[in-house]
Design a binder for this molecule. Structure first.
Ligand code: UD1
Ligand code: UDP
Length: 364
C-alpha cells in the first residue's frame, strides 16, 4: 500500500510528525513538501526536532498569491502523482497546499484522505475556510479531531465519510511538551520565570494584511505588554513583512516589556506556551496547545474552529480589541488548571495511529 502525503507549511509538518511514524510501520509513505514554507525556522527545524523523515520530494513552490501558490503546486504535483501511482493521498488541515493536493487527487481519481476534516469558522472571508470546505467535499475519508467537526460534516451531508480520531497536533503537544520542558533554554534566553510572562502570535491574513487591523493589533500588544508583560512575540514572516511595510517595527521594539523575536522552533515555542501566564493569538494550533497545557488563551478573532476551548472557559474570543483583550487578561492571566486535563476533547495522544487504522480499513 502506497500513500502519498502532501505537506507545505509549519502546522502541517507538526501534524505529519504524528502520522508519518505509524503510517510508515504499516505502509509505504511518500512525503511531498510543496515548499509553501521554506525558511529554516518555518520548515527544517520541525523535521529535525520532531523526528519527521526528510521529504522524498520537494516541489519548491514558494510564496505567491493564492492562485499562484495553489496553481503552481498543482502543476508540479500532478506529474509526480502520476509517476508514483499511490493507492491514496493524505492531506492535513486547510492551507493552499491542502487544497491544491486535494484537487490533484480528485482529478487523477486517487482516493483522498483529509485529516482535521470538518473544522469550520463559518467565515468564507478566511482563505482557510474555502480550502476546508472544498477539501472536505473532495475527500472520500474525513478524519476528524472533534465531535463538533463530525457534526459539521453531518450537517453538510458528509457524515458517512467522517470518523472521529482525535487531534494529531495534540499527539505532538502531549508527546513533545515534557521533552521541551527538559531541553529548551528559552526561559533563560529571555530571562523569564514560569507563569510570569505572556506569549503572543499573530499571522492570519485577516489580522495583519488590513492596515487598520494591523495598527489595532500593534496597539493591543503594546498595552498588553505594558500592563501584563513581559510579552514575547515571535513574529511570523507575513506579519514582519506587513509591520515593515507600515513602518511599525521600530515603535513595537521600543514598547517596554515587549520582546520581538524570530519564529521559534517547536521545542522552544512549546516550552514558552507551557510556562506562559496566558497566550494571545490568532493561531488555531496555539489555541489547542494552550488548552492542553492548562494555560489561558485570549484569541484575537471573533470566532474559532476550536469551540470546545471557549466552552471550557479557557479561551476568550476578543477580536482585535484592546479593551476586551485587557479585561480577558486581567481575569485569566496566571490562572492554571490543577485538575487533570480533559484530554477527551482532543483525543488521548494516539490520533495519528488511529488515522492509520482508519485509512487502511477504508482502503482494504
Ligand atoms: C499559511 C496558511 C495559513 C497557516 C499558516 C501557518 C494559506 C492560505 N495560509 O499562511 O492557513 O495558518 O501558513 O503558518 O495556505 N514567507 C517567508 N518565508 C517562508 C514562508 C513565507 O518569508 O518560509 C512570507 C512571504 O512573504 C509570504 C508570506 O510570508 O508571502 C505569507 O506566506 P504564505 O505561505 O502565503 O501564507 P502564511 O501567512 O504563511
Ligand atoms: N509554532 C512554533 N513556533 C512559533 C510559532 C508557532 O513552533 O514561533 C507552532 C505552534 O506551537 C503550533 C503551530 O506552530 O504547533 C501553529 O502554527 P501556525 O500558528 O503557523 O498555524 P495555524 O495553527 O494557525 O494554522
Amino acid at each position: 500500500m502506497k500513500v502519498l502525503t502532501v505537506v507545505g507549511n509549519r502546522p502541517q509538518f507538526i501534524k505529519a510528525a504524528a502520522v508519518s511514524g505509524p503510517l510508515r510501520q504499516r505502509a509505504e509513505e511518500v512525503l511531498v513538501h510543496t515548499g509553501q514554507h521554506y525558511d529554516r525556522e518555518l520548515s527544517a527545524v520541525f523535521f529535525e526536532e520532531l523526528g519527521l523523515r526528510q521529504p522524498e520530494h520537494e516541489l519548491g513552490v514558494g510564496s505567491g498569491t493564492h492562485a499562484e501558490q495553489t496553481g503552481e503546486t498543482m502543476v508540479r504535483l500532478e506529474p509526480l502523482v502520476e509517476a508514483q501511482g499511490p493507492d491514496a493521498m493524505l492531506v492535513h488541515g486547510d492551507t493552499n497546499a491542502t487544497l491544491a493536493a486535494a484537487l490533484v487527487a480528485a482529478k487523477l481519481l486517487v482516493p483522498l484522505v483529509h485529516i482535521e476534516a470538518g473544522m469550520r469558522s463559518f467565515d468564507r472571508r478566511m482563505p482557510e475556510e474555502v480550502n476546508r470546505v472544498a477539501t472536505d467535499r473532495l475527500a472520500g475519508l474525513l478524519l476528524c479531531s472533534t465531535e463538533g467537526a463530525v457534526a459539521n460534516l453531518e450537517r453538510h451531508g458528509l457524515g458517512e465519510r467522517a470518523r472521529l480520531v482525535g487531534d494529531v497536533m495534540a499527539d505532538v503537544a502531549l508527546r513533545f511538551g515534557p521533552i521541551a520542558d527538559r531541553r529548551s533554554r528559552v526561559l533563560e534566553r529571555f530571562d523569564l520565570r514560569p507563569g510570569g510572562y505572556l506569549l503572543a502570535t499573530a499571522h492570519r491574513a485577516g489580522s495583519v494584511d488590513d492596515p487598520v487591523s494591523l495598527t489595532r493589533l500593534v496597539a493591543l500588544l503594546g498595552v498588553a505588554a505594558e500592563r501584563f508583560g513581559p510579552l514575547i512575540f515571535p513574529v511570523h514572516p507575513r506579519t514582519r513583512a506587513r509591520l515593515r511595510a507600515a513602518g511599525l517595527v521600530d515603535g513595537l521594539e521600543r514598547v517596554p516589556g515587549l520582546e520581538l523575536c524570530e519564529p521559534l522552533g517547536y521545542l522552544d515555542f512549546a516550552c514558552l506556551v507551557r510556562g506562559a501566564g496566558a497566550v494571545l493569538t490568532d493561531s488555531g494550533g496555539l489555541q489547542k496547545e494552550a488548552y492542553l497545557a492548562g494555560v489561558p488563551c485570549v484569541t484575537l478573532r471573533e470566532e474559532t474552529e476550536w469551540v470546545e476551548t471557549v466552552a471550557s472557559g479557557w479561551n476568550r474570543l476578543v477580536g482585535i480589541d484592546s479593551g476586551r483583550a485587557l479585561s480577558a487578561l486581567a481575569e485569566l492571566t496566571g490562572r492554571r488548571r490543577d485538575s487533570k486535563l480533559d484530554r477527551s476533547l482532543y483525543g488521548d495522544g494516539k490520533a495519528g495511529a488511529r488515522c492509520v487504522d482508519e485509512l487502511l480499513a477504508w482502503l482494504s
